[in-house]
Structures are given as C-alpha cells and as structure tokens.
Design a protein around this ligand. Structure first.
Ligand code: NAP
Length: 313
C-alpha cells in the first residue's frame, strides 16, 4: 500500500476505536488494523454497566458496535490483517501485516492485553455466563451468590477481597498450599469471614445448562477429582480467573522499552519513539477498563495530530 496515512492504529478495542474517532474527527487520514473482530476483550462481556452513559442491558458487543460505527462515521478506515512486524523509527513508519505493509506518519499501539486462561473445557463457552476475568466489571452481577477465584497472586487475592463485598461466599482455588500474594495482602485476606481457600487445587472442567453451575476440581497432590455444584436456588456460581495477564506486545520486543511486557508511556500516551503512541490495556497503567482505554485513545489521537502539525510546520 503506497498511501501514507496520518495515523495508523493497531487494534480495534475501545482504545483503538476511540483513537479512530478522535483522529477521524480531526480530519486525519486514519487506518485501523485489527487481526480479528472489533472490540477486544469487551466483546466477551455480557453486560456492561460501568461505562458512563451505557444504558440498561448494554452488552459488550452492542457498545463496540456503536464505538465502531462512530469511528467509521468520521472517516476512519479499517482493515483486517495480523501485524507481524513494525518499523517504528523514521518517517513514514511501517506496519507490516500478513497481507500488506501499511505506512503512517504516526502509529497508535492499541493491541490490548489478554488474561491468561485456565485452558480447561467449558472456560470459553461460559465466559460471560459465570466465568469472568474482571471483578471490577462483573462483581455486582454476583451479589448474594457464591463465587470462586482461581489464582494465588496479588491480583487473585485482592480481587477475591473485593468480591467478598458482593458475593455471599468467596473461595480462592490455588494450585499450591501457599499464596504468591505479598504477606500484607494475605494478612488482610485471612481475616475476612466470607473468604475461604481451597489449597492444592486446579479447575479441570466448567459446565452448566446455559449458565455456569458445575465445576470439576482436582487435588494436585492426590489427583482426586470432585464436583462442585451451584446451590439449587442460585442456579449459578461465578468463577473469576486471575492467573496472570499478557499484553499483546510480542512484535514490540526490542523496539520499545517494556515493563513486564507493557509499553511505557507518559501522560500524553507518548512512547520513547517520536510519533509512536500507546493507548489502553497495552500500556503500563493502574486501571484497565473501557473508560480508561477510551480516554487513552482520545489523548493519543490528539497528540498524534499535534505531532503531525509540528512535523509539517
Ligand atoms: P502473578 O503474580 O503471576 O500470579 C499468578 C498466580 O496464578 C500465581 O499464584 C500462580 O500460581 C497462579 N497460576 C499461574 N498459572 C496458573 C494456572 N495455569 N493454573 C492455576 N494457577 C495458575 O499474577 P498477578 O496476580 O496477576 O500479578 C501480576 C503482577 O501484578 C505481579 O507482579 C503483582 O505483584 C502485580 N499486582 C500487584 C498488585 C498490588 O500490588 N496491589 C495487585 C495486582 C497485581 P503459583 O503461585 O503456583 O505460581
């Protein structure tokens, strides 16, 4: 492709689509490169009630559809391609896809991050129907129900503590008999009445009739398996998985400074390479949510516009 875009956005989740909206609306020629469908992680979310202004019954897909339509309305183009390499120094910058190479004066990295999955049967099928990777997003749906948290690190224990404010009982399922979480967090957790621990255990299977209501857990020492069923009146329990997170930064290794795999930026979403910005879950930040991703995208696109103005005097 010979055309040199003002802005190339890699990733069409909330950060990338918000960046597309802001760039398009600023009359910047904009291309969004996405490897599969729009939306990133939120397309797996059955109900969204923490995005400001989202209406009752808002789902991940319905919100994404409007994000996409709005970016397109303002002229952002989109292409489905998997990015295999990037040449980010110099001008134009090259985004190398499986199908083509795309040229841009600026690049916004918005490829997001993915939670590590347990990898057991039923996990994908019941995501959004009992299985969740985000307590901030989904805790309120489990008000008064039983909830299980998988993992033993800081994230698992902190999120389990948060969930105890909603669920009637929270059980942390950990594969060893000792938590990885720091002692200060452990001490707080052990004092909470409705927080229990199931040691030396791994989840082998998740199932149910539409909603998650059955789980098979294996004892890592004895190999013995047991079935956990939802309370009959509840008909569902929650399984929150916090066994690590992986940013989609494989192609950026060696090109940009990364911290635990995440891209470092300043408050203007600038990376260390002039004209290259990062937005959303892919960057080092404290709260990974749709609202913060969208805000990052808006800032990155605005800064990309300023960068081009300076470039072209
Ligand atoms: P983490 O520290 O890597 O812990 C992952 C946990 O999941 C570990 O307990 C691990 O078990 C378990 N695990 C990994 N793979 C598993 C599998 N396939 N099946 C079952 N269990 C599995 O990840 P994290 O808790 O997401 O934290 C990531 C980073 O963010 C850490 O550096 C953490 O300190 C930081 N963080 C900090 C805070 C805070 O300071 N408030 C809050 C959240 C996160 P093992 O222990 O047996 O390996």
């Amino acid at each position: 492709m010979d055309k040199i875009y003002d802005v190339i956005i890699v990733g069409a989740g909330p950060a990338g689509l918000a960046a597309g909206l802001y760039a398009g609306r600023s009359r910047l020629s904009t291309l969004i490169v996405e490897k599969e469908k729009d939306g990133g992680q939120i397309v797996q979310t059955a109900e969204i009630d923490n995005y400001p202004g989202s209406i009752e019954g808002e789902t991940g897909p319905s919100l994404v559809e409007r994000f996409s339509a709005q970016a397109q309305k303002f002229g952002a183009e989109k292409i489905i391609d998997t990015v295999t390499d990037m040449e980010l120094e110099g001008n134009p910058k090259k985004i190398i896809g499986q199908k083509e190479t795309y040229l841009g004066k600026t690049v916004i990295l918005a490829g997001g991050a993915m939670p590590t999955k347990i990898g057991c049967p039923g996990e994908d099928e019941f995501t959004g129907k009992g299985v969740s990777y985000c307590a901030t997003c989904d805790a309120a749906f489990f008000e008064g129900f039983e909830v299980y948290v998988v993992g033993g690190g800081d994230a698992a224990v902190e999120e389990a503590m948060h969930l105890t404010k909603f669920a009637r009982k929270v059980t942390v399922i950990h594969r060893r008999d000792e938590l990885r979480a720091v002692k200060a967090i452990q001490e707080k957790a052990f004092k909470i009445e409705n927080l229990e621990f199931m040691w030396n255990s791994v989840v082998k299977e998740l199932s149910g009739d539409g909603l998650l209501s059955r789980m098979v857990v294996e004892d890592t020492k004895s190999g013995e398996q047991r079935e956990i069923l939802a309370d009959e009146e509840d008909g569902i329990f929650g399984v929150f998985v916090f066994i690590g997170y992986k940013p989609n930064t494989g192609v950026l290794e060696g090109k940009l400074p990364l911290e635990n795999g995440y891209v470092k930026t300043d408050d203007d979403m600038k990376t260390t390479i002039p004209g290259v910005f990062a937005a959303g879950d892919i960057r080092v930040k404290s709260l990974r949510q749709v609202v913060t991703a969208a805000a990052d995208g808006a800032i990155a696109a605005t800064q990309a516009g300023k960068y081009i103005e300076n470039l072209e005097g």
